[in-house]
Design a protein around this ligand. Structure first.
Ligand SMILES: C[S@@+](CC[C@H](N)C(=O)[O-])C[C@H]1O[C@@H](n2cnc3c(N)ncnc32)[C@H](O)[C@@H]1O
Length: 353
């Protein structure tokens, strides 16, 4: 039985809204850029888009300004985060965004979205499968889901550090938790957590928010592609496809069918194994090739697209070769991997105080 619930997660984000509010005017473009590489008709004209767990809205506003003829709804459980997001939307004159405050999976919202974006939320839900069910239920008949999750291999060390911080911090106060982070000499790579661009007191605040998110979070799961397949089992989704991976060296799209000719932008897989083993690699199924890629690259994050109806036709051809699961045709089996996250020894929260 988990001792953590959404109320603990909400408390953390009320105290440390994410991404840091001090960076109020700077939008974060990565998801908007990613959408351009995911959806073939790049304009998203008239689309209804839901950004679930939008936080302070830096990524949501990046999308809303990039796609002015789509209609965006940002959802979050943290009032403090949404207050920042609303100011940000006003400052940027975004007229195509509205916000809803509420907690998954209880929140009731329409079920006709063309696109549901969810970056950095599912791995913080006490019940990730209920969260995935909620997200897929918000899709219309041809709806597309875009997810970003922590990867279990690249985040392994950081999650062990988090467990140590939570074990040694003096009490339940999150402020003193940060002192424990400092006492242990833990630091986050500046580029990876966006702590590098600020200066002075702003820099301290950006750093505190990043450290709280990294080391004090009450609920964290981490995933490999096979765990995502298990997490999607039995959901009303026709397919799930790998989109990309993040490593300390940068982000790369996955291209298992060698559709693109750009080794810097795309990871195809054979280049990661010695020439003598490439035939064996080529004989693996999609999930096998993704497993080889993640074992070779040890990513810190993974992104996945999933959908139903005609959604796959809307995606770049590369995505068709990256399909690794057909959830609506797979019944959850007792032997399938835990939907809570990877069986790799990453700390899970059922045992966290
Ligand atoms: C790590 S932040 C991600 C923010 C944003 N999506 C991004 O990628 O920059 C996670 C967000 O999810 C929200 N959240 C966590 N659990 C939630 C729940 N059960 N329902 C709604 N929002 C939740 C938090 O308040 C927080 O703003």
């Amino acid at each position: 039985m988990t001792t953590m619930d959404s109320a603990d997660v909400k408390l953390l984000y009320e105290e440390f809204p994410y991404p840091s509010p001090t960076a109020e005017s700077a939008l974060i473009e990565d998801v908007a850029n990613g959408l351009g590489f995911l959806v073939e008709d790049g304009e998203l004209d008239g689309w209804k888009v839901l950004d679930v767990g939008c936080g302070t809205g830096h990524r949501l506003l990046g999308m809303a300004l990039r796609y002015p003829r789509a209609h965006f709804t940002g959802v979050d459980g943290s009032a403090a985060s949404l207050a920042v997001a609303r100011r940000l939307a006003e400052r940027h004159g975004a007229r195509n965004v509205r916000f809803v405050e509420g907690l998954l999976p209880q929140l009731d919202l329409p079920t006709d979205h063309d696109l549901v974006v969810c970056t950095g939320l599912v791995h913080h839900l006490p019940d990730p499968r209920a969260g995935m069910r909620w997200l897929s239920d918000r899709l219309g008949p041809d709806g597309l889901l875009y997810l970003w999750l922590y990867h279990a291999l690249g985040e392994h060390q950081r999650l062990l550090d988090r467990e140590l911080v939570r074990l040694l911090r003096p009490d339940d106060s999150r402020g003193s938790g940060l002192e424990t982070v400092r006492a242990l000499g833990l630091t986050l790579a500046e580029e990876r957590y966006g702590t590098g661009s600020a200066a002075g007191t702003e820099r301290d605040e950006v750093r505190a928010v990043a450290e709280a998110d990294a080391y004090l979070h009450p609920v964290v799961h981490a995933y490999r592609f096979r765990d995502v397949a298990a997490l999607c089992d039995g959901l009303p989704l026709d397919w799930a496809a790998a989109f990309g991976v993040n490593t300390d060296g940068g982000s790369r799209f996955i291209d298992l069918a060698n559709v693109e000719d750009d080794p810097y932008l795309c990871c195809q897989g054979p280049e990661l194994v010695p020439p003598a083993l490439r035939d064996r690699f080529a004989r693996l199924d999609a999930l096998g090739r993704l497993t080889a890629i993640e074992l070779a690259l040890r990513p810190t994050g993974l992104s996945v697209a999933a959908g139903r109806g005609r959604a796959l036709d809307l995606c770049a051809p590369r995505l068709h070769g990256n399909v690794f699961a057909a959830p609506s045709r797979t019944a959850p089996s007792p032997g399938s991997l835990s939907p809570a996250g990877s069986s790799f020894p990453v700390p899970q929260d059922s045992t966290t105080p």
